[in-house]
Design a protein around this ligand. Sequence first.
Ligand code: ZN
Length: 257
Amino acid sequence: MVFQNSIVSPGSQQTIIALQFTAAPPKVAHQVTHFREEQMHYVQLAEQNIPVGKIVAIGRNYAEHARELGNPIPADDQPVLFIKPASSLLADNGTVVIPPYCADCHHEIELAILIGTTGKDISQQQATNHIAGYGVALDLTLRDVQSRQKSKGLPWEIAKAFDTSCPISRFVPANAVADPQKLPLELRVNGALRQQGSTADMLRPIPRLIAEASSYFTLEAGDILLTGTPAGVGPIHSGDLIEAIIAQVGSLKVTVG
Ligand code: ZN
């Protein structure tokens, strides 16, 4: 990286751009390893705006969904985890943009968890103490691209992490949900029911998911966990209206551009 040995202070977007085109970086006194710029993305928890870090998602967390895609159910010690960047977020009532390199974009309704307290190697017993709230999310997936990547043994990001691939509702505080493991999920496309399930059917319940995810990645306040999708995933097309509802948690509505 050109600016690896350069001082870049927060807010100095111009400096970064200039350095990217500098052949020989200037000599500097010390190294800055990371920083935050203005490109923050936010979700709403009650009336608060919360800056989002990363979005950690799990694949194949409902047996019926794993089966419908012909995937094996993950072994006990091997969760299928991947990350969507904060730039994939799309607010309620937004417009999904399917990338031009895809011909088969699928909807996946998921219960989203907002992390409120940072933790690493969180125990299952402590897991719920790290949850700030619950929301409704879509893990939009370019199924054709993902299948190609899978067949070649390549990462899924270009199929899972594109801009607008993570529509998200506002979050409700954790204490507003009596039992997050007993919530009905429902997704409709143009009014037709496509996905119907219950969070009771998660193969890895929420405490276990938090414990396992935090064994790989520090879960920071403002991170979001997507908990997997029930069966019924299918294609969406330009002009579609997608409505996702999780009782006690909320609803989400987006159109496809
Ligand atoms: Zn998913």
